[in-house]
Design a protein around this ligand. Structure first.
Ligand SMILES: [Zn+2]
Length: 114
């Protein structure tokens, strides 16, 4: 399957980013406990920390999507439109790994909703 390789790369990238964020967060919390003299600095650190936590959550959601995509790859169902069963355009899958409809079916669904 063509997509499997690029999904694996994406997975590794996301895992690396999560690990980096986790490290930053750990460093930040040590700094916070040692140098918490200036309340302004603490506020900035807390803001940074929250931003990083938010980013990490987003990355974890993305990682989950990639994992699901890889599972689908394993059973040969990835990139297949759930509605009509034809293959989903590669560029659609690249922008969103969890795309389940081809452009035609998505268009049809949108028209139905309006
Ligand atoms: Zn379709």
């Amino acid at each position: 399957m063509v997509y499997q390789a690029s999904l694996q790369i994406r997975k590794q990238e996301i895992q690396k980013m999560i690990a980096e964020k986790r490290e930053q967060l750990m460093e930040a919390s040590t700094e916070l406990s040692i140098f918490n003299h200036n309340p302004d600095d603490v506020a900035v650190d807390l803001y940074e920390r929250e931003k990083n936590v938010g980013l990490m959550e987003l990355l974890e959601i993305e990682l989950e999507k990639v994992n699901e995509a890889l599972e689908k790859c394993a059973v040969g169902e990835y990139g297949i439109c759930e509605s009509c069963g034809s293959s989903i355009e590669a560029e659609r899958l690249q922008s969103r790994v969890d795309t389940v409809l081809c452009s035609k079916c998505e268009q049809a669904q949108k028209t139905k909703l309006h």
